[in-house]
Design a binder for this molecule. Sequence first.
Ligand code: NAG
Length: 366
Amino acid sequence: MASPLVRLLLLLLLVVAAASRGAASAAKAKAKAARVTAVIVFGDSTVDTGNNNQIGTPLRSDFPPYGRDMPGGARATGRFGNGRLAPDFMSESLGLPPLVPAYLDPAYGIADFARGVCFASAGTGLDNATAGVLSVIPLWKEVEYYREYQRRLRAHAGAAAARDVVRGALHVVSIGTNDFLENYYMLATGRFARYSVGEYEDYLVAAARAFLAAIHRLGARRVTFAGLSPMGCLPLERTAGALLGGGGGGCVEEYNRVAREYNGKVEAMVRSLRAELPRLKVAFIPVYDNMLDLITHPEKYGLENVEEGCCATGRFEMGFMCNDESPLTCDDASKYLFWDAFHPTEKVNRIMAQHTLDVCYQQGVL
Ligand SMILES: *[C@@H]1O[C@H](CO)[C@@H](O)[C@H](O)[C@H]1NC(C)=O
């Protein structure tokens, strides 16, 4: 018979072993549930990691000071920002590469794309006509590229492995602002004459639904769909509002109202799609609330300027207008919400990435 002391030690060992086994299996369950094979991106400039560099559009950002805060040193990759975009941060957080490569970038191949790929194109929209305004890639073509990508992946890795990549991938979708600000309200395509804004919202929501159903048919199971930000608070819209409406550079409330109304419709559509397609785990990301918190409580995030972009005067410059000639570009972009007159800084992209992942965990997408 072992002494009481030895028995006590044995008991303690058993308790410790059981506890650590429990902890290990909980961690394993979470790792298993959350294991993401790749980050696959669709949408516009908020998530385009360089596709527009490869096509004939004036809407590009492959020159300094774009990319000046990229990890490893300044590099203008075609990302509309001073550094990385939200999908890059999401990829890194999920244990995947720190940059999601653009599908059209010849520097990358199918072995890279097997762990993450971006089909997004700055300037595009849910409405096919929006892509025509600045000759960028329409959303239906992004889906065509996704189909082509899957064929290449099967040839590269075999059918079973390719299917596992697609099923396990997190599909990140961010699109819709350009349909309103580049197309509808700019009277660029006749949509304004044809639809009331409420009807146009419905048209876009129907297009979003068709898009989500299409990628689901192609095997997508985990999807995030970002709502619109308070787009009336973009520096460019503040400036235009002040010029046209004689305001003092405040947010254009009509655009914010439309964003909220559209977001409500998209969120309802996402909910009904989830009920209809039980294998599709899709989350609506309430970007509006998150961005509004940054605008109304900048001090919480260490931001000092939430009204102007860092680049140049910050009032209207983006794309070619945001270049190295301006002496006014700020020194520390991390104090700014916006990098140029339309796009957030890397700091804000990092916050958005974390927010999106939090919603994914809450809603069982991951
Ligand atoms: C966009 O164009 C594609 C290809 O022509 C078509 O299949 C799709 O239905 C169009 N989408 C919308 C919303 O009109």
